[in-house]
Design a protein around this ligand. Structure first.
Ligand code: SF4
Length: 197
């Protein structure tokens, strides 16, 4: 990853974190409304989505995760770092052998996200059926997670459009990169983010 020309306590980050927080709050609100419509409540399951190898695409989410890590005491940070190192090693082995990767996110402890308030976009949106409206294309409908589809797929669809969130995230990320003079694209898993100081 490119060296970031910004430190985690840089005042410029406060401004962008506030915007990110606002977008996340909107996501959480709309997700909660949709979940209420279906009567869907995630209480954990066999195919825990925290085992999915999600990639995240913004420097801001990366920095937000590190801001969250800084709120934890040293023993917990060290435990997370050692789990992240293990996940990175095991992922590399699985990828080399072309095996599927289903490893628990290093931030998940006993079924709970240790940085729940700081979790990235996809962790907030995953699980409920949704739609995406790309300009000039037909609406793309996406299913929910396995448990959601088993429990709720026979119910009427509640509109949950991810498009405005994707646009807002892209805009705030673009403005942040411009403000600090970055042009590289970002793509990392949570484990990789934790290992990248
Ligand atoms: S960041 Fe939290 S919610 Fe997202 S995969 Fe990791 S443990 Fe799960």
């Amino acid at each position: 990853m490119t060296h970031l020309p910004v430190k985690i306590d840089d005042p410029i980050l406060t401004v962008f974190f506030d915007r990110l927080y606002g977008i996340f709050a909107d996501m959480d609100r709309q997700y909660a409304e949709a979940a209420k419509h279906y009567g869907f409540h995630c209480s954990g399951c066999e195919d825990n989505c925290c085992r999915t190898r999600f990639f995240h695409h913004t420097y801001l989410e990366f920095l937000y995760i590190h801001a969250g890590l800084n709120t934890l005491d040293l023993p917990r940070r060290q435990a997370i770092q050692s789990r992240a190192a293990w996940v990175c090693r095991e992922t590399a082995k699985a990828v080399q052998k072309e095996r599927p990767v289903r490893l628990m996110c290093p931030l998940n402890s006993d079924g709970l996200c240790m940085l729940y308030a700081y979790r990235p976009m996809i962790c907030r949106l995953h699980g409920i059926s949704h739609e995406l409206r790309k300009p000039g294309q037909n609406v793309i409908h996406g299913s929910g997670c396995g448990m959601f589809d088993r429990r709720c797929s026979n119910q009427s669809y509640h509109k949950f459009d991810r498009t405005p969130f994707y646009f807002k995230m892209a805009r705030v990320e673009g403005e942040f990169k411009q403000a600090i003079g970055l042009s590289d694209r970002f793509k990392m898993t949570i484990a990789e983010m934790i290992m990248a100081e």
